[in-house]
Design a protein around this ligand. Structure first.
Ligand code: GLN
Length: 283
């Protein structure tokens, strides 16, 4: 069987199993096995794979059939054009969170020597992207999970951002010292209502850490704290930017309205769904 025939066979298998993007998944897994880019795979199509390559491909496909996310099989997730190591200790970076990073960068860029705080950094994807794209920024990145923080540090080293990011193991806003104020608080906190987790797709519910998903009974446990206490941790004119889930927009607006921020704005993600709250502290 040629490489192309092998790949076609696995595309059919994944499709029959109900996996959403079978062709793309097989191409990613094959490019890992054949050590080439996805576009170069066409050059290998007519070749006969070695026994070892067939075995590796079969193992990768088996993991995907067990609904293990592609990023876990490859060990890597892409975010903002950078490759982040991922594991079951961290949420796989999502494209919607790139919008959050982009908004954060837009705010930080004009500031002289800004300080940002990434609450619940996970893989470090937001914190490290800010460091890479805004060379003058200093980022404080916290997580309650030691294993997440270890992976985030590794990512910061690999991506050469370790000098700009300070990692702190802590739960929420207390990661900042008493009286310490920053220009920006950015966060993709857990926001899935506890009762909804069992209904998520298997890739998410079995492989993303529940610690990174579960936002309490209504999913808003972290936003409630951010709305109430975030402002005291910001410098005058500072901003808080946080991601939230489907259908949470009006509850989020309510929470931030109660806490008397100078202004509150909701922004959509790339699919046009309300996804990010931007709250500004007074001057
Ligand atoms: N966006 C993730 C999902 O839908 C949830 C991430 C989070 O809770 N912050 O699976």
């Amino acid at each position: 069987m040629t490489v192309r025939e092998l790949m076609d066979k696995y595309v059919r298998l994944l499709r029959r199993a109900g996996i959403k993007s079978p062709r793309a998944d097989v191409e990613w897994l094959a490019s890992d096995v054949f050590k080439c880019s996805r576009s170069e795979l066409a050059l290998h199509g007519h070749k006969m794979p070695t026994r070892e390559q067939v075995d590796r491909m079969r193992k990768n496909i088996k993991r995907r059939l067990d609904r293990e996310p592609l990023q876990h099989i490859l060990g890597i997730g892409d975010f903002y054009g950078y490759e982040f190591r991922v594991s079951s200790a961290v949420l796989i970076p999502r494209p919607e969170t790139e919008t959050l990073a982009e908004l954060a960068l837009g705010f930080l860029h004009p500031l002289p020597a800004p300080v940002a705080f990434d609450l619940g950094t996970g893989s470090g994807c937001i914190a490290i992207t800010l460091a890479k794209r805004c060379p003058g920024v200093k980022v404080i990145a916290s997580d309650v999970s030691e294993s997440a923080l270890n992976l985030a540090k590794l990512n910061a080293e690999t991506l050469d951002a370790i000098e700009q990011v300070e990692f702190r193991e802590a739960d929420g806003l207390p990661a900042l010292a008493e009286g310490e104020q920053v220009d920006l608080i950015v966060s993709n906190p857990p926001y899935i209502p506890s009762g909804d987790i069992a209904g998520l797709q298997p890739e998410v519910r079995h492989y993303d850490p529940h610690l990174a998903l579960d936002g309490g009974e209504d999913g808003l446990q972290f936003h409630r704290l951010l709305a109430a206490e975030g402002q005291s941790r910001l410098k005058p004119g500072g901003k808080l930017m946080a991601e939230f889930g489907d259908g949470q927009e009006s509850a989020i607006e309510g929470l931030f309205a109660q806490a008397a921020w100078a202004s509150v704005k909701i922004t959509n993600d790339l699919t046009g769904r309300p996804r990010i709250v931007i709250a500004s502290a007074g001057q």
